[in-house]
Design a protein around this ligand. Structure first.
Ligand code: ADP
Length: 397
């Protein structure tokens, strides 16, 4: 019998989950999966550690349920799967920790109230992250719950990296660069020493290129700069988000095009990026397979923006000792990695095409001045580790 840690990542219409077993120092994945289509047509799928499907179910529209129904279904499923194992704690991904949370924290009703105050800073994510926490606090008050923040890793950045050049009163009320994907970067920082110990002590640019995409400059294991700012729409172009945008464009949309806040939000979050530029798809695979010039232009723009941000992040560290590719595109798309590495030749990156086609882990030649790596991210494991750490301090009380 082992203690188990449940990891939950709740979005607006989905709940992703992973269950880890504590085995000595190790955390072994027992199963993982997701409930998608909440409130419309819920679909459930769970896979065991080897990838075999261990649970699958779909509900018709008339039987739709929301987060509470989803958590209840999940609780029944997990109870069955746990067997003799004991659920010891739940770790949650929470997008925003604001200025106060630079590390994971054990959740209480008071802390959830504080995190609720941050909803205006991440209206599309924060409320959904908090919903299952409140439900579990009400139904299982004895079960330790831990919040792990996407912003926390970046709180180590120097003040100049965190500030906008706005009047200080704005900065003081929290309008500043927070950065996201922190759990992914923290995981990569923890895995890099096994691949490249000297780069782990030095300066690395990590490229988290997924549907959501950002890049982070990491020096001696700490975040020093990142491409995402106040919200997760900043920085690189993404699947459907525009990334970096002159704020004057927003004013133009409001004044000249008479677009309201919701219309602009929809445009920059859901209709831009790879999808908006190509008019075809938000999926990099579809664009790479297409012969349409607009698909090609969307990919060109993506690579161009990644290459420019690379220069910016290298400048923030006075140089760079390694590149790490991760997330959906970073882990699986050899053509995009190849194009980014070629655009980084001026920094001293020399691609090994065979190694790149094979998926790495090292994709640069032996003589490359700067090594380039592919390291799969594992945000769930990072959350489980943090949760176990906090559980350890609860147990030793
Ligand atoms: P999320 O930000 O939603 O977690 P992921 O990190 O899972 O996203 O990345 C999903 C994206 O990765 C997909 O939209 C797709 O564009 C891209 N992707 C996955 N596999 C490949 C591949 N083999 N080639 C190119 N792109 C890929």
């Amino acid at each position: 019998m082992s203690d188990a840690i449940l990891v939950i990542n709740a979005g607006s219409s989905s709940i992703k989950f992973s269950l880890f077993l504590e085995r000595g120092d190790a955390l072994d994945l027992l199963l993982g999966g997701q409930l998608e289509g909440l409130y419309t047509t819920p679909r459930f799928k769970a896979k065991g550690a080897t990838g075999a499907i261990i649970g699958e179910k779909e509900w018709p529209q008339g039987q739709a349920f929301g987060h509470d129904g989803g958590i209840a279904y999940l609780a029944d499923f997990l109870r069955e799967q746990l067997g003799e194992h004991r659920l010891a704690a739940v770790g949650h991904r929470v997008v925003h920790g604001g200025l106060d949370y630079a590390a994971p924290v054990r959740l209480t009703a008071g802390i959830v109230d504080q995190l609720e105050q941050l909803v205006p800073l991440a209206p599309l994510h924060q409320p959904h992250n908090l919903t299952p926490i409140r439900l579990l606090l009400a139904n299982r008050p004895e079960l330790p719950q831990v919040a792990c923040f996407d912003t926390a890793f970046h709180r180590a950045q120097p003040a100049v990296a965190q500030a906008f050049a706005l009047p200080s009163a704005m900065t003081d009320r929290g309008v500043r660069r927070y950065g996201f994907h922190g759990l992914s970067y923290e995981y990569i920082a923890s895995a890099l020493p096994q691949h490249d110990p000297s780069a782990a002590k030095g300066r690395t640019v990590v490229l988290h290129l997924g549907n959501g995409a950002s890049m982070c400059a990491i020096q001696s294991g700490k975040s020093v700069a990142s491409t995402m700012g106040f919200t997760a729409v900043d920085g690189l172009p993404m699947g459907t988000r525009c990334g970096n945008l002159d704020p004057g464009v927003i004013l133009y949309m409001m004044d000249e095009l008479k677009m309201d806040t919701r219309a602009i939000e929809k445009l920059i979050y859901q209709q831009s990026g790879l999808l908006g530029v190509s008019g075809i798809s938000s999926d990099m695979r579809t664009l790479l397979d297409s012969t349409d010039p607009k698909a090609k232009f969307a990919v060109d723009l993506f690579v161009y923006r990644v290459a420019r941000e690379l220069g910016s992040l290298a400048a923030a560290m006075n140089g760079v000792d390694a590149l790490v590719f991760t997330a959906g595109i970073g882990e699986h798309s050899a053509p995009i990695r190849e194009r980014v590495c070629r655009a980084a030749a001026w920094l001293g990156v020399e691609l090994d095409s065979t190694a790149n086609a094979a998926g790495g882990p090292r994709i640069s030649t032996a003589s490359s001045r700067i090594p380039a790596w592919v390291i799969p991210t594992n945000e769930e494991l990072m959350i489980a580790r943090h949760t176990r750490h906090i559980l350890g301090s609860i147990r030793s009380r």
